[in-house]
Design a protein around this ligand. Structure first.
Ligand SMILES: *[C@@H]1O[C@H](CO)[C@@H](O)[C@H](O)[C@H]1NC(C)=O
Ligand SMILES: *[C@@H]1O[C@H](CO)[C@@H](O)[C@H](O)[C@H]1NC(C)=O
Ligand SMILES: *[C@@H]1O[C@H](CO)[C@@H](O)[C@H](O)[C@H]1NC(C)=O
Ligand SMILES: *[C@@H]1O[C@H](CO)[C@@H](O)[C@H](O)[C@H]1NC(C)=O
Ligand SMILES: *[C@@H]1O[C@H](CO)[C@@H](O)[C@H](O)[C@H]1NC(C)=O
Ligand SMILES: *[C@@H]1O[C@H](CO)[C@@H](O)[C@H](O)[C@H]1NC(C)=O
Length: 482
């Protein structure tokens, strides 16, 4: 009789142990507390295991469920009473991660005392946490009244190798767009009005929580684009947004990682500058320009390399070619004009400057929340963007642009784009920038990124051309985004 009872107990323990669902290595599983088979899970073996739990329902701070792990060889569920090698996952904004030695595997237990209805994911990996909040942010390109141009965080930075003497050839950059990488992360954009009754920032900050959100507007184009040396990005063009509205944007990567938030504001209904993007010779240019709306016959009413007037693109490519010819009269790679800069640096900076001044950027006073927003700053300082009003039919800054049919506000180039070229290029080319003490502010945004004494790098009024809140103070041609 005694023996039978013992067998029974042993069996019960075995059944309990066996009924635990196994979490396999380098994968995640989704659960809901209302239909769990058991309250604990078997974790896989790994020398260093990263266990992550992501909450997929509810708002920040709403969950009372706790998660405990142990790496001890035991059949008991780890829990609030603690014990040797029992650890509680610290949940931060809906995400909890524990990293430790799990040479014999381990157990993760769900402590749901309040019988909360909660969806969650458990991930286990021997290669860093599967669930993650990314430090890299999405990138804001620009908006019109009802469109937005946005980018994912970058991946796959290109390997840049400068040419060497005696074969120091500098091809004209970007005449052929590089071919996209064969594999890329799966990025998904989530956009919502900042003033929504449940704003995105109030949700658990996890990829699974966001993947169930309805996103504002409609993505009319999603492509991979190599913008700069940071790497490839997914570029989205969103249509159907509401004018003069603040939006919040996040990007989900591979269903488990979340990047954001960034903020942006659509322009007023009167704003009539269309977007330009997809220019291989100016890969960072992706903003609104003073040109009549392109007739594309599709929802994608933007300029790209196929419909941009050749009166604009041809001379630009010609300048780049002629500049490169002059530059390489110098014995690049054999002689040095600077201990820090090469002919290739000079060409890169010149290209960026040329693109920035060749494509005038439209801005708008009414929608720019013209303040410096620095996290931790005691007070926001009022800083107006570098806008210059242009009369209807006025002589355009780039004479290859036709006069624009209405008045608009021009966002002046950041003076730093000129100084970067000046610093990177040999003096014999005669490249020069206007004097900050004299007339520079007529044609450039002065003192935003660097202080007015140009040795004060990053010490200007804003320290940056644009920030994550959608403020854009001067046109940097897409460099120095944050
Ligand atoms: C459990 O974790 C502790 C603390 O990291 C470690 O010292 C111990 O070796 C681990 N035990 C096993 C069986 O992996
Ligand atoms: C010089 O470099 C270019 C570009 O890297 C290459 O296409 C070309 O074949 C090289 N020429 C010689 C003579 O090595
Ligand atoms: C997006 O637009 C670009 C430029 O117009 C075009 O080359 C590309 O094929 C489009 N991609 C999709 C998915 O529509
Ligand atoms: C957008 O947000 C900014 C800063 O949070 C605020 O000052 C502004 O009034 C908002 N604009 C609109 C149109 O809601
Ligand atoms: C990409 O991710 C989204 C949401 O996270 C998912 O719905 C979609 O199926 C994924 N696509 C691919 C090709 O994996
Ligand atoms: C480039 O140089 C050639 C020869 O000097 C000249 O004919 C041409 O006009 C120049 N192109 C531009 C865009 O300045």
């Amino acid at each position: 009789m005694l023996q039978a009872t013992l067998i029974c107990l042993v069996n019960a323990a075995l059944v309990l142990a066996q009924s635990r669902q196994r979490i396999s290595l380098n994968s995640f599983s989704s659960f809901n507390t209302q239909n769990l088979a058991g309250t604990s899970f078997l974790l896989p073996r790994a020398d260093i295991l990263s266990v992550s739990v992501a909450l997929c329902s509810g708002n920040l701070g709403s969950s009372t469920t706790r998660f405990f792990v142990t790496n001890a060889s035991t059949t008991d569920d780890p829990g609030p009473e603690g014990g040797t090698d029992v650890f509680e996952l610290t949940m931060e904004n809906g995400l909890g991660v524990f990293q430790g030695v799990f040479t014999d595997g381990g157990i993760l237990a769900v402590d749901n005392e309040d019988n909360e209805d909660l969806s969650f994911q458990i991930g286990a990996s021997d290669n860093g946490p599967l669930h993650e909040t990314l430090d890299a942010l999405p990138l804001f390109g620009d908006t019109t009244a009802n469109q937005a141009l946005l980018f994912s965080p970058p991946f796959d930075p290109p390997s840049i190798s400068d040419p060497t003497y005696p074969n120091y050839t500098l091809p004209i950059p970007g005449l052929d767009a590089p071919s996209a990488p064969s594999t890329s992360p799966n990025f998904t954009l989530v956009v919502a009005e900042t003033s929504a009754s449940t704003p995105l920032t109030s949700l658990q900050q996890t990829a699974c929580r966001f993947s169930s959100q309805r996103s504002s507007g409609s993505v009319v184009n999603e492509s991979l684009w190599l913008r700069d040396s940071d790497g490839w990005r997914t570029q989205w063009i969103l249509n159907g947004l509401t004018s003069q509205t603040n939006y919040t944007a996040y990007v989900i990567q591979d269903s488990v990682k979340l990047s954001g938030p960034i903020y942006f504001t659509t322009k007023t209904a009167a704003f009539n500058c269309p977007l330009v993007a997809f220019l291989p010779y100016c890969p960072r240019i992706s903003y609104a320009i003073p040109l009549s709306t392109p007739q594309t016959g599709s929802d994608l009413a933007i300029y790209d390399s196929t419909n941009l007037p050749s009166d604009i693109s041809k001379p630009l490519i010609g300048y780049l070619g002629n500049f490169t010819t002059s530059l390489t009269t110098f014995a690049c790679g054999r002689d040095y004009y600077s201990p820090l800069k090469s002919c290739a640096d000079c060409q890169r900076e010149y290209q960026n400057w040329l693109c920035t001044i060749s494509f005038p950027r439209c801005g708008e006073t009414s929608t720019s929340s013209s303040r410096k927003r620095q996290d931790g700053a005691a007070q926001d300082v009022f800083v107006s963007p570098a806008l210059a009003s242009q009369e209807s039919g006025a002589e355009p800054r780039n004479p290859n642009f036709p006069a624009f049919s209405s008045s608009y506000e021009l966002l002046l180039p950041c003076l730093e784009t000129c100084f970067a070229t000046d610093r990177a290029c040999p003096a014999f080319l005669g490249f020069g920038c206007p004097d900050t003490n004299y007339n520079a502010a007529v044609s450039y945004g002065v003192g935003y990124i660097d202080g007015v004494d140009s040795d004060m790098q990053g010490e200007g009024m804003t320290g940056t051309a644009q920030d994550r809140y959608g403020n854009v103070w001067c046109n940097s041609g897409g460099t120095n985004p944050l």
